[in-house]
Design a protein around this ligand. Structure first.
Ligand code: ATP
Ligand code: MG
Length: 561
């Protein structure tokens, strides 16, 4: 807990105060309450890190509860993915996974109790009429004609709702609060609706389902949650939660709201993410471009990087859009220190070293990771024919282009200085097909004994030793920083980035990682951090996802050499 003091946020201050005053007998009990209607995204990670982090730091508990009150949208697939993602992030919940649906009997009893207290009634108004009677922020609402039904009649009707005597939507159970309240949510909100839809856990047992607001506060109360942490949009609901618990004379958790995470160039709404999946704009919930935890995981993100990101952004009560670069930096920082650096050419251009003997082969020694003093070295084969990156050569170089061009000398990383002597092009297309260079044998290892300087160091692979593989490069899924900003008449889909995925079928990698195992991460020198895709890779045929580019780190090296 010591190290957390510096980053103490307002929630921790509230908890500290509660511990001081003994408000909850020294207990800290939080929960993470997803609705199992989609996969978790990076916004949920913020909430998970917060809730589980508080429980851990205060030696408390954190429940995992599925708020499953809407059977039409929920599914066991989502429950499984949620559990899996939370474990992957590195957290364990208290006891078994809990479900609001486990409390359906109890919730029904609570509804009966409210009716008996004269605090709930069965209403016959259609959804449309309910809306009409509710009034507006400026105008008070009107009482339902059924508001003053007797307790007996309400008990009878509610039981018959449960027994399936009425059509879907024909009646609701509503709290009897105040149709003139300035809080719209207090204008006799519905507590139960009739909906004939099999629930993924309770099957056809129920044809009435509790509303989210009713189930949520009662579930928190039943679980003895001390600090019920949620996002700002639930601030308005707090008065209702308090009313329900007061009316039933039940234990009160303290609700604390914080601002939800918004991330630039992506959307974090399950409904929108579901649209992307259903309409096949992405390959699935785990498409590496998705901001879901499954997507980030498949892209190559580590749980540590996500936890560090969540810690860095902190919690506050005002909404803002966090720059996605912050997320990318968290994985860069980790992988920069930890993973093996190898050479891979994504868009190959053939180089022939004309003064290098045709049948000669040798190995050069490459450093595995200069950031890791125990990282060691490895041998990389070198021969007369190589591949370099197509973009590292220009026939007609602009002024500040220091890489290879006719007559220029550059360093091949760990190998030799080479000078371009000739360029071969395709007669028809004019495309560069091959370049010829000479090498200076005295520069083996990449250093010149006469102190001659070159301005660029290129990565390369030996053509006959390299192996061909597939690489996928990703860009932001959306072209706009805030994809929710749309032109009139269009929706967020119009902001999709058509170039968010680039497939490369013919990348060439150094042979040392031919047998790279799925789930392994590498840095390809100058090209970024890559992850062996666990789904699409086959033995001996890895498929690499780019986790993140390197940004400018190589630019600095170029300048310093
Ligand atoms: P969505 O708006 O994507 O449908 P939701 O809030 O309906 O999300 P839930 O499954 O209800 O999704 O969320 C579970 C918990 O995660 C809630 O406590 C919610 O407040 C929190 N949460 C959801 N989205 C974010 C976010 N972007 N940032 C922080 N917390 C979030
Ligand atoms: Mg929700």
């Amino acid at each position: 807990m010591e190290e957390k003091k510096e980053t103490k946020n307002f929630i921790r201050e509230i908890i500290d105060k509660d511990l001081e005053t003994g408000k909850y007998e020294g207990r800290v009990h939080t929960r993470f309450p997803p609705e199992p209607n989609g996969y978790l995204h990076i916004g949920h990670a913020k909430s998970i890190c917060l809730n589980f982090g508080l429980a851990k730091d205060y030696s408390g508990k954190c429940n995992l509860r599925m708020d499953d009150t809407n059977p039409e949208k929920e599914d066991i697939e989502y429950v499984n993915s949620i559990q899996d993602n939370i474990k992957w992030l590195g957290f364990n919940w208290n006891g078994e996974t809990l479900f609001a649906s486990d409390y359906y009997d109890k919730l029904y009893d609570h509804a009966i109790a409210l009716i008996k207290k004269g605090k709930a009634y069965v209403c016959d108004l259609s959804q449309e009429k309910v809306r009409e009677y509710r009034g507006t922020v400026k105008a008070p609402g009107k009482n339902s004609p059924n508001r003053d039904r007797s307790i007996e009649e309400n008990l009878d009707l509610f039981m018959r709702m449960k027994n399936g005597e009425f059509a879907d939507g024909a009646k609701t159970l509503r709290a009897k609060i105040d149709m003139t309240s300035q809080h719209m949510i207090m204008r006799d909100p519905p507590l139960y609706r009739i909906k004939r839809y099999d629930h993924f856990r309770t099957g056809s047992k129920w044809c009435i389902y509790p509303m989210y607001d009713f189930a949520h506060c009662l579930s928190d109360s039943a679980e003895g949650i001390t600090h019920s942490i949620c996002t700002m949009e639930f601030e308005n609901n707090r008065v209702l939660y308090d009313w329900v618990l007061d009316a039933l004379e039940l234990y009160h958790p303290q609700q604390i709201e914080f601002a939800r995470l918004n991330l630039s160039y992506t959307v974090l709404s399950k409904r929108k993410l579901l649209t992307l999946v259903n309409d096949k704009h992405v390959s699935g919930w785990d498409d590496p471009r998705m901001p879901t935890l499954s997507g980030l995981r498949r892209r190559g993100y580590t749980p540590e990087a996500i936890r560090i990101f969540c810690d860095k952004i902190g919690v506050a009560r005002f909404n803002s859009i966090i720059d996605v670069v912050l997320l990318e930096n968290s994985i860069r920082e980790q992988l920069n220190k930890e993973v093996l650096r190898v050479m891979g050419v994504l868009e190959p251009l053939k180089v022939v070293i004309t003064n290098y003997p045709e049948d000669k082969e040798e190995t050069v020694e490459a450093i595995n990771n200069p950031e890791d003093e125990n990282g060691g070295t490895r041998k990389v084969p070198f021969s007369r024919e190589l591949y370099i990156e197509r973009e590292d050569f220009k026939i007609d170089p602009p002024k500040k282009f220091f890489r290879l061009s006719p007559g220029k000398e550059v360093r091949l990383r760990y190998a030799y200085y080479v000078t371009c002597t000739d360029v071969l092009t395709d007669d028809k297309t004019g495309e560069i097909t091959e370049i010829h260079c000479t090498y200076d044998p005295a520069t083996k290892g990449g250093d010149s004994p006469d102190g001659r300087k070159v301005k660029a160091t290129l990565h390369w692979v030996s053509a006959k030793h390299a192996y061909k593989c597939k690489v996928r490069l990703y860009d932001h899924l959306f072209i706009k920083r805030d994809p929710n900003e749309v032109e009139e008449g269009k929706d967020f889909i119009s902001n999709l980035n058509p170039n968010s995925l680039q497939m490369i079928d013919n990348a060439f990698l150094e042979p040392s990682i031919k047998d790279a195992l799925p789930g392994t991460r590498y840095q390809f020198e100058r090209k970024g951090y890559f992850f062996v895709d666990p789904v699409d890779s086959k033995p001996g045929q890895p498929v690499f996802n780019r986790v993140a580019s390197l940004r400018d780190s190589w630019a600095k090296i170029e300048q310093s050499q």
